[in-house]
Design a protein around this ligand. Structure first.
Ligand code: SF4
Length: 281
């Protein structure tokens, strides 16, 4: 009798070579991103998550203090009471800060100097809030709202710099159309453009060129890291992207917004070079 074995079906392993994922997207499952990779969200989403973050951090510290308080009291009796007062004061200050932040945003007027607002504790609040939002699967939307709030506050400062003092940083994942648009805007305003393939490289370019302001383009995840590392030292405006083909490839951007920021920082476009008259025959 002849035995027949079913043919083993070969498994096709498809390796994409034209997409190099940034480490921020390591856990991407390869499926299309929601809403074609547009993570637009209302600013209120960030404010709610920020309030939740403050409550969560306070609750965690209160629980810790409740557990170790009796032991600390054994070392020095007034210590637990002092720590409870400190925790209460810190929580009140955080709540007050969030209140001033919300009021600044909605009142259309920054109520604190930039070192105390968008280029100060706000950057820390953004990062802790992003960590909490990951637990709810809302990371990209909350980060988008956080970056929008940051940009609104930063833009209101009305900063002006020279053409050579502004740096435009773009990622490697822009679509051809978006890249052509960026180069066209940068050419018109005579501002230098750098493609920063990694955050480390972006920081190096900033260190070497020493710009006085930066317009950076990146996805929400990369932008959060960039703002955390750079915005405290240097004024940055951060333009997020849409990712219709998934992360790290063919990203599109709002070129009008980018031009508005460049124009706001350096003034009007450079005068067009007159074409050389053709030599007489
Ligand atoms: S900026 Fe582009 S290349 Fe960098 S992590 Fe985001 S999607 Fe990927």
């Amino acid at each position: 009798m002849k035995l027949r074995f079913p043919m083993a079906k070969a498994q096709l392993i498809h390796i994409e070579v034209d997409r190099r994922l940034g480490h921020e997207w390591d856990e991407w499952n390869g499926r299309p991103l929601p809403k074609g990779g547009d993570f637009s969200a209302a600013p209120g989403l960030f404010f709610w998550f920020a309030a939740l973050t403050i409550v969560a951090v306070t609750a965690a510290l209160a629980l810790l203090l409740y557990l170790v308080g009796p032991r600390l009291g054994g070392l020095w009796r007034p210590l637990p009471t002092a720590l409870w007062i400190l925790l209460g004061t810190l929580t009140a200050m955080q709540g007050l800060y969030l209140g001033v932040l919300v009021a600044s945003f909605y009142a259309g007027r920054n109520l604190l100097p930039e070192r105390l607002l968008e280029r100060g504790p706000y950057l820390t609040l953004m990062n802790y809030t992003s960590l909490l939002a990951r637990g709810f699967g809302k990371r990209d939307w909350v980060e988008h709202a956080a970056i929008d709030i940051y940009n609104t506050l930063a833009e209101r400062r009305g900063r002006k710099v020279g053409r050579g003092e502004l740096l435009v940083l773009i990622p490697r994942c822009l679509s051809k159309q978006a890249l052509d648009g960026v180069l066209e805007v940068a050419g018109r305003y005579e501002v230098p453009v750098f493609v920063a393939t990694r955050g480390q490289l972006a920081r190096r370019v900033i260190r070497e060129r020493r710009p006085r302001a930066v317009v950076a383009v990146a996805c929400e995840r990369d932008m959060m890291t960039g703002l955390r590392d750079v915005a405290g030292k240097l004024p940055v405006l951060g333009l997020t992207m849409q990712l219709p083909n998934g992360p790290c490839r063919d990203a599109s951007i709002d070129l009008e917004q980018m031009e508005k920021w460049v124009q706001g920082l350096v003034g009007r476009a450079a005068p067009q070079q007159q074409a050389e008259p053709a030599p007489a025959p």
